[in-house]
Design a binder for this molecule. Structure first.
Ligand code: GLY
Length: 370
């Protein structure tokens, strides 16, 4: 196993060190004919714009190669323009800044990075609805009560803000939100809703939507992954066992679904067998969550989670990784949303981010980026 991990890490470094230099002035999302596009030009407020700097920091932390650091810092600077577009920012400020500025600050102590990340935390905290006890996900008049399961990955920004400011308010918001989502999004069998509309005055669930899954009541695999990783992160930051139990419950469901399809997730676990629409990114995200569950349960519970993570990562590596140095992006066949043909079976930056983070964890590097 160690041999495989070392081999994959070497391949990651070989390809990503080449990508880091040739893509220094970009914030990539996907590729066009094997070349990264540039979201700093196309839409600097796009929710995934923190993953590229985050990926560079993972590799910097794991190798010490300063070229990664330069590219991470450049990506973070490019992202500054997003702060000028306040109306376009929403709950994904966690994804955007906690992995870029937040990680920079934690590695280097950079003051400017601290300010960016605390600004992002204040934006996220400002989205809290104290009557409904939830963080509003998106903007727009029609969805004041909408909450998406992905939000569980944005709240580590709030745990961090409480830690650095010695002010518990951010953490209290995160905990209220995590508790609410546990009652509204997690189903009894371990599957989760993607979007739930909550009453803005009482916080009661009004209705759920399929969102990026097939339809209402289905099971969007990336949503399950956000829940597995998001809840174990809330456990790590708070020590509340109910979050670890929630992460385990969704993990059990996730593992039983992927065991049926060679450890490669379908984009929606409740979709018909045909057409086959897979989402490799869901596998990479879940693997990170499963590794963290394994790190946080007693010794005799670990194997189920760790072995499942390794099976998923091996299946991704064997079938869907492009290791050619001359093309951009590693993990292929990510899917944005089950219902849309556009954005289906493409490389997506967070696929590479989470695949790399999982291997970084397995290598034993211990700085948690979230
Ligand atoms: N957070 C949006 C997505 O996972 O596509």
């Amino acid at each position: 196993m160690n041999e495989w991990i070392n081999e994959v890490w070497k391949k990651l470094d070989k390809k990503l060190s080449a990508e880091a230099v040739r893509n220094r002035d970009k914030i990539p999302y996907t590729t066009v004919d094997g070349v990264y596009n540039n979201m700093s030009r196309d839409d600097v407020t796009w929710w995934t714009n923190g993953f590229w700097p985050g990926l560079m920091w993972l590799m910097y932390k794991g190798t010490g190669n300063g070229e990664y650091k330069k590219t991470a810092e450049k990506g973070e600077e490019l992202l500054d323009a997003a702060f000028d577009e306040y109306e376009k920012l929403h709950h994904d400020v966690g994804f955007m800044w906690h992995l870029s500025s937040g990680v920079n600050y934690r590695i280097t102590g950079n003051r400017k990075s601290f300010l960016r990340n605390i600004n992002a935390a204040n934006i996220l905290a400002g989205r809290y609805n104290p009557c409904g006890e939830f963080i509003r996900s998106w903007n727009g008049d029609d969805n004041k009560g909408w909450v998406i399961i992905d939000s569980m990955m944005n709240i580590p920004l709030l745990y961090w803000a409480s830690e650095v400011s010695d002010d518990p308010r951010y953490k209290y918001i995160a905990i209220k939100h995590a508790d609410k989502v546990m009652t509204t999004h997690l189903r009894g069998d371990g599957s989760v809703n993607h979007i739930v509309e909550l009453d803005i005055d009482t916080g009661e669930a009004v209705q759920s939507f399929g969102g990026q899954g097939m339809r209402e009541g289905s099971s969007w695999s990336r949503g399950q992954s956000w829940a597995v990783y998001g809840y174990v992160l809330s456990y790590i930051h708070t020590g509340n066992e109910r979050y670890l139990d929630a992460a385990k419950r969704v993990a059990h469901y996730f593992i039983s679904c992927v065991a049926d399809t060679g450890y490669i997730p379908q984009s929606d676990f409740r979709a018909p067998k045909e057409p086959v629409i897979i989402d490799t990114t869901a596998g990479a995200i879940a693997a990170c969550g499963l590794i963290e569950i394994a790190n946080n349960v007693p010794e005799f519970e670990k194997d189920m989670y760790l072995n499942a993570a390794i099976k998923i990562l091996k299946a991704l590596e064997e079938n869907y990784c492009d290791w050619k140095e001359e093309t951009d992006s590693i993990l292929q066949m990510g899917t944005e949303a089950y219902p849309r043909e556009r954005g289906r079976h493409i490389p997506i930056i967070y696929g590479d981010y989470f695949f790399t983070e999982a291997i970084y964890k397995l290598k034993g590097f211990d700085m948690l980026f979230w």
